[in-house]
Ligand binder design. Structure first.
Ligand code: ADP
Length: 255
């Protein structure tokens, strides 16, 4: 079997804020269909890394490539159109649309406003297959007719995740997607992440404080501490890595 080419490649990424080095010479790559977990204590640089990949920070040094393209200087919007999608910790749903309309609007990559107009014409809008998977795995079908304000915090987060995968991105950056979810929802979210990777070849970079969730969902885990990669390997190898335990995991990886 041939190994698929890299979809995302981060090389020698350094991010300085004034005199503070948030990331030092970080290199990391993802292949299609691969889930990479990013662990590390608070302040390790995880969100800064996602900011750099999604284009929210001008990086100090290094290079970010999407397939054959050097996207280091591309705007966040251009990256997103090229297939790099990010879920935010804050919720970005349209409050005046139903859950279904929110998902339909996101399913169309072109002009969201035109699509809202199209909603009055029955039969036109179609949910993308990734959204259908998200609605099924996250059990959102019963919520489609509701408005976001009527939903619990956890359900709004799940809808926001479904919305983020609507355009079937090639790279999905998830920043603490399980925050605020209960145990069952976390399991379902883990299943959805695996399906997105396995069925559609989406490369997922998963930042999550829920270490057991990362260890059971990811193919590979990268551990950051003080802006540097201190360990990288399979979930099983990371579980038993002494440096990782010292820096971060403690006993939580044993569970
Ligand atoms: P993590 O996501 O691992 O908790 P962050 O990437 O949010 O860590 O932050 C890494 C470090 O960089 C922290 O010390 C944070 O205070 C600092 N930092 C992040 N963004 C900025 C910024 N825009 N200006 C200055 N310092 C920042």
């Amino acid at each position: 079997m041939t190994v698929p080419p890299l979809v995302l490649e981060i090389e020698g990424l350094t991010q300085q804020f004034g005199g503070f080095m948030a990331l030092s010479d970080v290199s990391l790559s993802l292949r299609p269909g691969e889930v990479v977990g990013l662990l590390g204590p608070n302040g390790a640089g995880k969100t800064t890394l996602i900011d750099a990949v999604s284009g929210f920070n001008r990086i100090t040094r290094g290079r970010v490539s999407l397939g054959e393209d050097d996207i280091t200087t591309w705007s966040p919007h251009r990256r997103s159109r090229a297939g790099v999608t990010r879920s935010f910790q804050s919720l970005e749903l349209f409050d005046d649309l139903t859950v279904e309309e929110n998902l339909l609007v996101a399913s169309d990559k072109h002009d969201a406003r035109a699509y809202v107009t199209d909603l009055v014409r029955p039969g036109r809008p179609v949910m993308s297959d990734t959204v259908v998977a998200a609605v099924t795995e996250l059990r959102l079908a019963g919520l489609l007719g509701r408005h976001p304000v009527e939903l619990s915090y956890g359900d709004r987060r799940l809808v926001a995740i479904a919305r983020a995968v609507a355009g079937r991105p090639s790279v999905l950056l998830l920043d603490e997607p399980a925050a605020g979810l209960d145990t069952t929802e976390r399991l379902e979210l883990g299943h959805l992440i695996r399906r997105l990777a396995d069925d559609w070849g989406i490369a997922v970079l998963l930042i999550e404080h829920d270490v057991p969730m990362v260890l059971r969902t990811a193919d590979r885990v990268v551990v950051l501490d003080f802006g540097r990669i201190i360990a990288e390997g399979t979930p099983e190898a990371i579980k038993h890595n002494a440096a990782v335990h010292a820096a971060y995991l403690g006993h939580s990886a044993q569970s």
